[in-house]
Design a protein around this ligand. Sequence first.
Ligand code: VGL
Ligand code: ZN
Length: 179
Amino acid sequence: MRALIIVDVQNDFCPGGALPAPEGDRVVPVINSISGRFDLVIASRDWHPEGTVHFDKWPAHCVEHTKGAEYHPALDTGKIDVHLLKGTGNADDGYSAFEATSDNLEKLLKKSGVEEVYVAGLTTEYCVKSTALDSLRKGFKTWLITDAVEGVRQNPGDVEKAIGEMAGLGIKMIISGQL
Ligand code: VGL
Ligand code: ZN
């Protein structure tokens, strides 16, 4: 069984949003084109309270129930089996979809017989990386779909560094056309 985890494809991480990946919206058609090929599709959303210490580190983004926290309008949400919320408390946490507070992702995957996890979404250096590394640590064979992720690119080289770290730890790289 293989699962797709779509990380944080939300308005605030796309151009025009509060903490945008400069080309964040590019992942949307790629994800729409592949989500039908998985046994289970899971999507996470960053879902912060208005006041949180997380915003000491970041501009306010993905505040619960706001437009910025909604999925990008072009994302095909009809293919999503499970919706997760993360970062819901007053803490600097919830980078990984495995830290979702709305469901236990590890249990859910194991109960569903998933052994292979494919990760897509936003942003490459933070929530995507954190989710992929957790997946690997929890024993899933883990792939990064390299044309279905985009970085926030605060500093030149950050995306390349994150991809190098993931590859070095054993995450496999694949492009959507090879799925
Ligand atoms: C993220 C920074 C802060 C992400 C979330 O989704 O990558 N990055 N919160
Ligand atoms: Zn956040």
